[in-house]
Design a binder for this molecule. Structure first.
Ligand SMILES: [Fe+2]
Length: 338
């Protein structure tokens, strides 16, 4: 009896503190811990809301939400690529959120029309090239990469990669499916090798002369330039970044974004987290941590990004990247893009 009494005495402060700290939010993040944790820590310091973080691969986390359904402990999904956010919405994994703060801060084309998800950072898929072998003035647009003058010159990763799918979806939205299929066939004819590896591998391939051009997300070049691995640094220093379509619609951009899950038990806290992540201070840190661009207008780019200059982004509504995803996948397959 006395032992039981002692146990209760020992437990009670813990119980009390857990009630006092019940303000919490559970986050499923496809972004690596190092990229998001310092920001979440600051959010907790400022608001007193505890954040429980689960990180995983983007598609695996969507699958997990699907399997867990209404019983999922997740309140928030943080992931990359508009096509994935669109898919999560279509699969009823997210819920509508209305917040004047979010609508005011996140430009309309960088959030879902109905408030199911909001963009947090921007990345552009650009042409990187060897300035030794390709004069920059020969480059112009994504469309031009299908020109036979680039035969056996281009490296790009597989069509199973969502970044390429979203780029092709944007071309379908702008130029139509027929023209885009013709373009994709021309592009495949210009491949220097069968698609393999990730974006960093395409940069390395240009650096060693396996190809002259590659399609790559800018933050990979940023990460390589500041890498602790000497070989990565060296490879990235041998390529230049070219912003395509600057005299027309602008360079293709995609985003990382966030939504509140259908199962959320901590919706109030989750909205606070979303609002925090689009605040100017969080935007500056978050964009800088992964060499990305802030979604919120007026937030300055990091010093590293400034070296590539200003660019005009494609103003397409990001939701179209998800809408045309299935069509893009089939089209790339028909074009022989492995
Ligand atoms: Fe990536």
């Amino acid at each position: 009896m006395r032992r039981l009494f002692c146990t209760i005495l020992l437990l009670s402060p813990l119980l009390l503190s857990s009630i006092a700290n019940s303000a919490e939010v559970n986050v499923y993040s496809a972004r690596k811990e190092a990229l998001i944790k310092p920001l979440l820590k600051r959010f907790t310091e400022e608001t007193g809301i505890k954040v429980n973080l689960v990180t995983g691969k983007a598609d695996a986390l969507i699958k997990r939400l699907e399997v867990e359904g209404k019983n999922s402990p997740a309140d928030v999904l943080l992931t990359v690529d508009a096509a994935r956010l669109h898919r999560a919405k279509q699969q009823n994994l997210l819920q509508k959120v209305h917040s004047d703060y979010l609508s005011k801060h996140v430009p309309q084309n960088y959030r879902d029309d109905e408030g199911y998800w909001y963009g947090l950072s921007l990345r552009s898929r650009v042409i990187v090239y060897s300035p030794e072998r390709v004069p920059g003035k020969q480059l112009s647009s994504y469309e031009d990469l299908a020109d036979p003058k680039w035969q056996k010159k281009l490296c790009v990763r597989s069509s199973s990669n969502v970044y390429n799918q979203s780029l092709v979806a944007s071309l379908i939205a702008h130029n139509g499916a027929e023209a885009t299929e013709k373009w994709a066939k021309g592009l495949v004819n210009n491949f220097a090798r069968s698609p393999k590896g990730g974006d960093r591998d395409q940069v390395k391939a240009v650096a060693v002369g396996q190809c002259d051009l590659a399609l790559v997300n800018t933050y990979y070049v940023g990460g390589m330039l500041e890498s602790k691995v000497e070989a990565e640094k060296k490879a990235a220093s041998k390529v230049s970044v070219f912003w395509p379509n600057q005299s027309s619609r602008g360079a293709h951009v995609n985003l990382s974004g966030i939504g509140i899950t259908q199962s959320a038990q901590h919706k109030k806290e989750a909205i606070k987290l979303l609002e925090y992540l689009v605040s100017d201070a969080a935007q500056t840190w978050y964009a800088k941590a992964n060499y990305e661009y802030p979604v919120v207008a007026g937030v300055a780019n990091s010093a590293l990004l400034k070296q590539w200059g200003e660019f005009k982004p494609d103003a397409i509504n990001m939701d179209l990247l998800g809408k045309y995803n299935a069509e893009a996948v089939l089209l790339m397959d028909r074009a022989g893009w492995k």
